[in-house]
Design a protein around this ligand. Structure first.
Ligand SMILES: C[S@@+](CC[C@H](N)C(=O)[O-])C[C@H]1O[C@@H](n2cnc3c(N)ncnc32)[C@H](O)[C@@H]1O
Length: 371
């Protein structure tokens, strides 16, 4: 019979004092280790679970914006972007009879858009209560440096329920989790994330009934992928119901399409380059194209009026970006070249890639920029 080994005295100490060694079950272990352990113990996870975990970690631990970060957004390119959005809000508020309103931004990043928009709104006589929906503590701190007196929320449920809401969202919906369905030789399945050693990889999971698929897409070729974002639809549905009940409007700008459609749009950005979304979860920005048609349908089902999508270019031009660029250049002639280049980037380079949608409460005026 084997005897228990005698452990020499030298090896009977307590745990190693090395604080850098984190086990996968430790909440402080790297996300990739925690996800790998969860998948090994309980099986593959949905794309939505993977994306929520990766982006939760990513945004909680850094400010990813700007030239030194992973990507740049329109408000970080020029003050004109936020200012014109501020004028869009002020114009709507003015034509609605100048009621008390709460101004809400979803995912405000560094707070740059909010600072520019609030400055423009103040010039038009609008000084609303400011509410930010933001989960990242790092970005909340950055927002507090640029905007004083804001109230922060984890989600839309705690937003004020006694005032009209004027809501703005730039590149927010593209960061919310998506589900993917993949067509296999035997039918449609939920796409899942498995883990082999330390490598994550997408696989086809349990079959889903064809009745869940749009009629026009059900016979797509094997390998086809359809995306849905229940998280985005949930946010839109909740906000639209609030706007219908309380009054107000919403402007959302993102890149996307009018679905449902075939296509795998899950992508990851690091240091301004595309990288593999299944490598190093939590270390890069994961996004998916936004299905504007489905978002607008979610809003109109709740009783809101829907507008768009229209190109960012058209909205910025209708809101007066040419006049604003000319005024800025006249005030700072030495910067005229860079102001023109920034305008060109917002209107030409990003102008057709990014699109805007709006919703408004019944009885509120038509939003500017969508005619
Ligand atoms: C791509 S950044 C856009 C930042 C900013 N709107 C801009 O245009 O510069 C996405 C923003 O949404 C926030 N965010 C991502 N997922 C979120 C979630 N589930 N709930 C609330 N905020 C979220 C991020 O922390 C970040 O502020």
């Amino acid at each position: 019979m084997a005897r228990p080994m005698t452990i020499p005295d030298a090896y009977q100490d307590g745990p190693s004092p090395d604080p850098s060694r984190k086990r996968a079950g430790d909440p402080e272990a790297p996300l990739a280790d925690r996800l790998a352990r969860a998948i090994t113990l309980a099986g593959p996870i949905s794309i939505a679970h993977y994306m929520a975990a990766a982006n939760g970690e990513y945004y909680a631990t850094r400010d990813p914006l700007g030239a030194g970060g992973d990507f740049t957004t329109s408000p970080e390119i020029s003050q004109m972007f936020g200012e014109l959005i501020g004028l869009w809000c002020a114009d709507l508020w003015d034509r609605a009879g100048r009621p008390d309103v709460a101004w809400v931004e979803l995912g405000p990043g560094r707070g740059t858009l909010a600072a520019d928009a609030l400055r423009a709104m103040a010039k038009a006589g609008l000084a609303p209560a400011v509410h930010f929906v933001e989960t990242s503590p790092v970005l909340r701190a950055a927002q507090a440096e640029r905007v004083t007196g804001a109230t922060w929320h984890e989600g839309v449920a705690t937003l004020p329920d006694d005032l009209p809401l004027i809501v703005v969202a730039n590149e927010f919906f593209d960061a919310l989790p998506i589900r993917q369905l993949v067509r296999t030789a035997s039918g449609w399945s939920e796409r899942l994330v498995a883990c082999q050693d330390t490598l994550f990889l997408p696989i086809a999971g349990k079959p889903v009934p064809d009745t869940l698929l749009p009629d026009t897409l059900v016979d797509a070729a094997p390998g086809s992928i359809i995306e849905t974002s229940p998280a985005s639809v949930g946010v839109m549905r909740d906000l639209a119901a609030r706007i219908v009940a309380q009054g107000g409007a919403m402007l959302a700008i993102d890149y996307g399409y009018e679905g449902p459609a075939i296509g795998d749009t899950l992508q990851a950005m690091r240091a301004h380059r595309f990288v593999n979304p299944f490598e190093a979860p939590g270390e890069h920005d994961l996004t998916a194209h936004v299905d504007f048609a489905t978002l607008l349908a979610a809003a109109t089902v709740s009783g809101a009026r829907g507008y768009g999508p229209v190109d960012q270019r058209a909205v910025l031009e209708r809101l007066g970006i040419a006049a604003r660029a000319a005024a800025l250049a006249a005030a700072a002639p030495d910067r005229a070249g860079s102001i023109a280049a920034d305008r060109e980037r917002l209107v030409e380079t990003m102008g057709s890639l990014f699109k805007a949608i709006a919703i408004a409460a019944p009885g509120w005026p038509e939003p500017e920029g969508f005619a």
